[in-house]
Design a protein around this ligand. Structure first.
Ligand code: DGJ
Length: 385
C-alpha cells in the first residue's frame, strides 16, 4: 500500500512538471480537427475565444479572426476592452494575438471604455500596405442613437491599430438610387420628433429619414466590409433607423466613403450583413431585427454590388431554421485554396453573460441560384472535397 501511494505521488509530480514546463504544455495541448458549433471554442491558452461579431482576414496564408471582446454579465455587451485578434493556419486551432485596438481611458475619446463597439472587420489595402479596421460605434451613454462608423489603421496585421475617427458615412451625398421626393426639404420637426426603436416600424415610410440625415451623415449600425476581386472595397451597413441597408463604396485607401452608395432592401429591417462572391455573383446573408434574440435569416443575390439585389428568403433549412439555429450572421469566409468552400460565421449571443457568447460556423451550399445552410453538430473541411 505504502509503495503504491509513493508511486502515485511520483506520477503526479512528473505530470505537474510536464504541465508547468512550456514544452510539456505544448505536448499535452489538445488540437482541434473539427468545428463544433455552439460549444466552447478554446484558443491556444485553453481560453474560450473572445471575438464576437467578427470577421476574418487572410494574410500571407494565415487566417486572422478579429472580433469584439465581450466581458462578463449584461454590462459585458459594451466595450470594456477592445477588439481581439486570433490567428490560425487551419481554421480549427487559434492563437491569441491579443487586443489589437484598445478602448480608451480618455473620457473625451469616441472609443472610451463603456462605448458600444461592434462587428469589427479588417481589410488589407495593397496600395497603401495598411490594415484598415471598420466597426459600428455607439458613443458611451447614448444607447444606440449615435449609429456611427469607426475606423482604425495599422501597419501590421496584429496591430496595434490606431483609432482614426468616427463619423456617420456619406454626409452630403445622395445614394445613386435616391428618389426625387427624398431630396425635397424634410419636415424637420415631424421627422426629428419621431422616435424609432431600431426594430420594425410600419410608419417608417411616412418619414424621410434619408433626407433627415443627408447633412450629418447616414446612420450606420450593423456592418460588414467586402473587398471585390478588382480591389474595390464596400461598407455594407444597416441604416435609416435599421429599416434600409446601404452599400457604400470606400475610397481607394479604404479610410472613408468614396461618396457613391446604394439603398437596398428598403423597409425590410435587416441587420448582421455578410457578403461573398462566387462565380461572378454576389450573395448577401443577413438577419431580421430583433435585438440579441435570434430570428430567421435573410439572403439575396446580385450580379453586381450595385444591384439589382434579389431576395432569396431564409437560406437556413431544417429544424431550428426559423431562428437561424439560435445564431445571427457576421461574416462569410471563402476558405483559401479550395474551390467553392465558403463558411458562414454566426454568433450565438448570450446577452445576460456576454462573455459566454458562442460561435456557429456552418458550410454554405450553392443550389442553382440559391444558397442553403444546414445545421451540423460537428463537421470539418473535408465536406468541401
Ligand atoms: C442586433 C445586432 O445585430 C447586434 O450586433 C447588436 O447590435 C444587438 N442588436 C444589440 O441589441
Amino acid at each position: 500500500m505504502r509503495n503504491t501511494g509513493a508511486e502515485s505521488l511520483y506520477v503526479i509530480a512528473v505530470l505537474l512538471v510536464l504541465f508547468s514546463a512550456s514544452d510539456g504544455v505544448a505536448a499535452l495541448e489538445v488540437k482541434c480537427d473539427s468545428f463544433t458549433p455552439g460549444q466552447i471554442w478554446k484558443d491556444n491558452n485553453g481560453v474560450h475565444i473572445n471575438a464576437h461579431g467578427g470577421g476574418i482576414l487572410i494574410y500571407e496564408d494565415i487566417y486572422y479572426w478579429f472580433g469584439q471582446h465581450m466581458a462578463e454579465g449584461r454590462a459585458g455587451n459594451k466595450a470594456h476592452v477592445g477588439v481581439h485578434c486570433y490567428s490560425s493556419a487551419d481554421l480549427y486551432n487559434w492563437k491569441d494575438e491579443g487586443i489589437v485596438l484598445e478602448v480608451s481611458n480618455d473620457a473625451e475619446s469616441d472609443i472610451v471604455k463603456g462605448c458600444v463597439l461592434e462587428r469589427p472587420k479588417v481589410i488589407y489595402n495593397e496600395k497603401t500596405n495598411k490594415f484598415v479596421m471598420w466597426f459600428h460605434l455607439e458613443l458611451k451613454g447614448k444607447g444606440y442613437s449615435a449609429a456611427r462608423s469607426g475606423v482604425a489603421v495599422s501597419n501590421t496585421v496584429t496591430g496595434p491599430y490606431t483609432f482614426v475617427r468616427s463619423f456617420r458615412p456619406n454626409a452630403g451625398c445622395w445614394p445613386v438610387n435616391v428618389r426625387e421626393e427624398q431630396k425635397k426639404p424634410v419636415e424637420t420637426e415631424k421627422v426629428k420628433e419621431k422616435k424609432f426603436s431600431g426594430g420594425p416600424d410600419a410608419t417608417l415610410k411616412d418619414y424621410n429619414v434619408l433626407g433627415r440625415d443627408f447633412e450629418g451623415g447616414q446612420m450606420a449600425r450593423d456592418m460588414t466590409l467586402f473587398v471585390d476581386d478588382d480591389g474595390k472595397a464596400y461598407h455594407i451597413y444597416a441604416s435609416e433607423e435599421n429599416g434600409t441597408m446601404h452599400i457604400s463604396l470606400l475610397s481607394e485607401d479604404y479610410l472613408e466613403p468614396a461618396g457613391k452608395y446604394l439603398r437596398v432592401f428598403e423597409g425590410r429591417w435587416m441587420e448582421a450583413p455578410a457578403v461573398c462572391k462566387r462565380n461572378g455573383k454576389y450573395y448577401l446573408i443577413a438577419s431580421g431585427c430583433t435585438g440579441w434574440a435570434p430570428n430567421a435569416a435573410r439572403s439575396a443575390v446580385a450580379d453586381s454590388m450595385w444591384g439589382p439585389w434579389k431576395e432569396l428568403g431564409n437560406p437556413c433549412v431544417g429544424q431550428g431554421s426559423d431562428k437561424t439555429f439560435g445564431g445571427q450572421s457576421t461574416y462569410i469566409l471563402k476558405v483559401a485554396g479550395k474551390r467553392d468552400a465558403y463558411i458562414v460565421l454566426f454568433d450565438i449571443w448570450r446577452p445576460k453573460n456576454a462573455i459566454d457568447g458562442r460561435y456557429m460556423w456552418l458550410p454554405l451550399q450553392f443550389t442553382g441560384e440559391g444558397i442553403e445552410i444546414k445545421y451540423l453538430q460537428e463537421w470539418d473541411l473535408s465536406c468541401f472535397e
